[in-house]
Ligand binder design. Sequence first.
Ligand SMILES: *Cc1c(COP(=O)(O)O)cnc(C)c1O
Length: 247
Amino acid sequence: MNNMIKENLEKINYQIQEAVKKSGRNSDCVKLCAVSKFHPLQSVLDAVNAGQLLFGENRVQEAIEKFDGLVNSQNKINGIDLHIIGSLQTNKVKKAVQVCSTIESVDRIQLIQEIQKRVLQIPGKSIRILFELHTGEESKSGFENAYQILKAMELFDQGEFPNVIPCGIMTMAPFTDDEKLIRKSFIEARETLETINKEFPDFNMKELSMGMSGDFEIAIQEGSTQVRVGTAIFGHRDYSKTEGINQ
Ligand SMILES: *Cc1c(COP(=O)(O)O)cnc(C)c1O
């Protein structure tokens, strides 16, 4: 049992609760997704032992290597839940839908078509998706604006993707110390979700996945419902160790 991970989780959960309180929001309105990319299975297990059940991974192959024994294609085992949060190539979708409940990094309509096609092959399963919104300068992927997401929502509205559930928006703020720029990015995501909900109220999309190790408190002030925290839980990532794994 790695006490560092346990202590970090306690600290982050405390900081989340404090930020929630300060923002005058209801307790339990923000979920913590532990981003375990580039960290070994043992770190995931240590986090599970400390009570953490929701995880995020960027790369499908790495996700499968770690989570194959922890989740199955139909059900969560012991409540463990995996989200894919990194940009996803079309040819990885088939494997992705076997291991995750949610794909947060949906950045094009064609990807939704592929998710629908692949999830249909798993009886009884639906996949939740978030639309990735490009708000930060550095990140390359994502829908550019509400208009593009509305076009995707029209297809949902026409019943094109019966096994895919649109649940909200994910964004990454720019990597900067400028709090104003970070906040601007989170506000844009929140307002975009409001715009989409106005046009398509029946879908009642609630999720705003925003905030990482360096900026989750600002994200919570701006309405985040899920923060994705890696470094502050598992420590720095050693990119050299997993060079063999490619996306
Ligand atoms: C890596 C990653 C995170 C976690 O970032 P940290 O700064 O380590 O907390 C969150 N979201 C996405 C999409 C990521 O790729």
